[in-house]
Design a protein around this ligand. Structure first.
Ligand SMILES: [Fe+2]
Ligand SMILES: [Fe+2]
Length: 286
């Protein structure tokens, strides 16, 4: 009885703090969805090729959430019950992203699901290189904020450069990805604000160390966190410092970066790039 009332209380508290963007993948992009041939005729060749390359990476990074989750669960005794409930919701979303990107990759590049299974099974998920961020629940949450907000801006850029060219269903997938990653960022913030305020003096230095670690990694180690290392060239040099300010602002520690600075994160164009994002009004807000 006592356990039941505790679970009910925990459930009610979590509903206030931890939110989930609910959407049905089958309704948005059925497994047998086919893109109409006129869309392929319309899309510039370079956009098509780049999107295939991008998906060949992003599909599997989303699936890497499972080994990260499995690793964290081996240390579940160190984690709070709220964190574990949040992590379960997070995993469900990330695995949905994996399925969504598999479907997207399949209908755009024609890669079979069996081939994707083979590719994923060959991955080696290394924990050791990212040990710094796995120290405890606090470092996991701060890293999650860093990683998820990076994904928000990365997917926002992808949405404008690629997803929106391939019809309403694929565009909708891009919108959901942006929104879900924004919610993961926010959920991690809420848990930090609730349980870890006494360590807020450490947040900025930890974020600088996470950013430094990401820059020093030679490659992405296929353990979900710090996957941005594989696409740093697509983003402006100030990307991480603006993200850090945004995280600190979400925790109430500094002022929010200004709008122009935030826009530069996804609208910046590398010198010589022929893929120019469209600076349209009405982009997705988190
Ligand atoms: Fe994701
Ligand atoms: Fe996420």
């Amino acid at each position: 009885m006592a356990i039941d009332s505790h679970s009910v209380m925990l459930g009610a508290r979590l509903r206030q703090r931890v939110k989930q963007n609910s959407w049905d993948l089958d309704a948005v992009l059925p497994i047998d969805y086919a893109i109409s041939p006129d869309i392929f005729d319309r899309v510039p060749r370079e956009v098509y090729t780049n999107f295939c390359n991008l998906l060949s990476r992003d599909v599997y990074s989303e699936g890497d959430s499972q080994p990260l989750y499995d690793y964290i669960l081996t240390r579940r005794d160190e984690m709070s019950s709220e964190f574990l409930v949040m992590l379960n919701l997070w995993l469900k979303d990330e695995l949905k992203h994996y399925q969504a990107l598999r479907r997207t990759y399949h209908c755009i590049a024609g890669v079979s699901f069996a081939e994707m299974n083979r590719q994923f099974a060959d991955r080696i998920h290394e924990i050791e290189p990212i040990k710094l961020v796995l120290a405890d629940e606090f470092t996991l949450l701060v890293t999650m904020m860093f990683d998820e907000i990076g994904s928000v801006y990365s997917y926002r850029r992808d949405l404008w450069e690629y997803y929106r060219h391939f019809g309403a269903a694929i565009q909708k997938i891009g919108h959901h990805l942006v929104k879900d990653e924004g919610m993961h960022f926010s959920n991690a913030a809420e848990l930090l604000l609730t349980h870890h305020q006494h360590r807020f003096g450490e947040v900025q230095e930890l974020l600088e160390r996470i950013s430094g670690l990401e820059k020093s990694l030679q490659k992405y180690h296929q353990t979900f966190f710090l996957d941005h290392v594989q696409e740093q060239y697509r983003f402006p040099p100030q990307f991480n410092s603006v993200l850090i300010q945004l995280i600190l602002a979400r925790l109430g520690l500094v002022q929010q970066p200004d709008r122009v600075e935030l826009q530069s994160l996804w609208q910046w164009v590398p010198t010589g790039s022929r893929l120019v994002p469209i600076f349209a009004e009405g982009h997705v807000d988190i």
